[in-house]
Design a binder for this molecule. Structure first.
Ligand SMILES: Cc1ncc(COP(=O)(O)O)c(C=O)c1O
Length: 341
């Protein structure tokens, strides 16, 4: 139990913390990777740690169906589908997006695991309002069938989810001590904020020498500043934290977003090749590849010093390699090494 929060246990934890020798040599830093992509349900990823806590709340409320939202290729949606399958629950993922004309990548996995996907092109309303309209429509349909719905907001990032990454911070701190790692910086991609905030609260609360740094994977402006402070204040109250934080305490790098969420970007693909060709670790083009591209740039800029110890969170997302617009961009670069005889 973390600060009064209980969870369902469906993960095989801890996930490994490995030193990546080839990347370390190439970059001149002491580079470690925390393999949260190896959480084993539904092809794994960071959302499963959050879902252990969210599922506890869902079951306590007697829920029989999970409804969540995201972009069409949401990893969080896929992992919600995975957990729903495991618990024999219904599941629908609502997305505001253009339909690409094919069932592929995460959507394919959602359907294989039995979840339904509702997708609607942007209709001019603010996206969060349009998503909530879809959620109401799906909820009414489920309720008419006698189901009880548990709604999970974008990315699963409510205060209920935060103990998931608090626990990851505790786990990493313990592993780091066992491996003789002292001071280190822990880098993670920031989307809906829950992962970073859980880590931040966890590392600070246990007095760790590991310092969390987020890398925004989509533009991070004042609205998100307000959101992180709002979530922190709510967490402080619900978790009973006896310490405070100011906006400046949240170290989130905002300069490596490549301009937009989930865009095809050459520097991100280069970062994916760098990791794959040195370590056979596959990153994804939306989150971990973008965060790693940020790390590579920070090493070049000297923001990460030579010899410094870096721990990089692999938060999953690899099904996104097959998202149509990413796959086409990869194909264009890689076809020269495919020899069709
Ligand atoms: C693979 C992956 N990494 C990182 C993140 C970011 O996590 P958060 O939304 O908690 O900020 C996500 C969110 O969907 C994700 O799918």
């Amino acid at each position: 139990m973390i600060h009064g929060f209980e969870k369902e246990r469906f993960l095989d934890l801890p996930t490994p913390l490995h030193r990546l020798d080839n990347v370390s040599r190439d970059l001149g830093v002491d580079f470690w990777i925390k393999r949260d992509d190896l959480t084993h349900l539904g092809m794994g990823g960071n959302k499963l740690r959050k879902l252990e806590y969210l599922m506890h709340e869902a079951l306590a409320q007697g829920a029989t169906a999970l409804v969540t939202v995201g972009g069409l290729q949401t990893n969080h949606g896929r992992l919600t589908a995975a957990v729903a399958a495991r618990y024999g629950m219904k599941c629908t993922i609502c997305a505001v997006d253009e339909w690409p004309g094919e069932v592929s990548a995460n959507v394919l996995l959602d359907r294989i695991m039995g979840a339904e996907v509702v997708v609607q092109a942007p209709n001019g309303k603010p996206e969060d309002e349009q998503l909530l309209d879809l959620v109401h429509m799906v909820t009414e349909k489920y309720e008419a069938q006698g189901e009880k719905v548990y709604y999970i907001p974008l990315g699963g990032s409510t205060v209920t989810c935060l103990p998931g990454y608090y626990e990851c911070a505790q786990e990493t701190d313990r592993q780091a001590k066992e491996k003789g790692i002292g001071k280190a910086r822990f880098f993670s991609g920031v989307g809906s904020i829950g992962t970073f905030l859980g880590l931040f609260i966890g590392f600070h609360d246990i007095g760790s020498q590991i310092d969390p740094t987020g890398i925004a994977i989509s533009p991070f402006g004042e609205e998100k500043d307000r959101r992180i402070m709002r979530m922190f204040r709510e967490a402080k109250e619900k978790m009973g934290l006896d310490w405070d934080a100011k906006l400046e305490d949240f170290h989130i790098e905002r300069g490596y977003t490549r301009g937009a969420y989930n865009n095809a970007d050459e520097t991100v693909r280069k970062a994916v090749y760098h990791m794959a060709r040195l370590e056979a670790v596959l990153l994804d083009p939306c989150y971990t590849g973008k965060a790693y591209a940020g790390v590579l740039e920070m090493v070049k800029e000297g923001k990460i010093a030579q010899g410094e110890t870096v721990i990089f969170l692999h938060s999953g997302g690899q099904p996104g390699l097959n998202t149509p617009h990413h796959r086409k961009a990869f194909e264009a670069e890689l076809m020269d090494g495919v020899h069709v005889l």
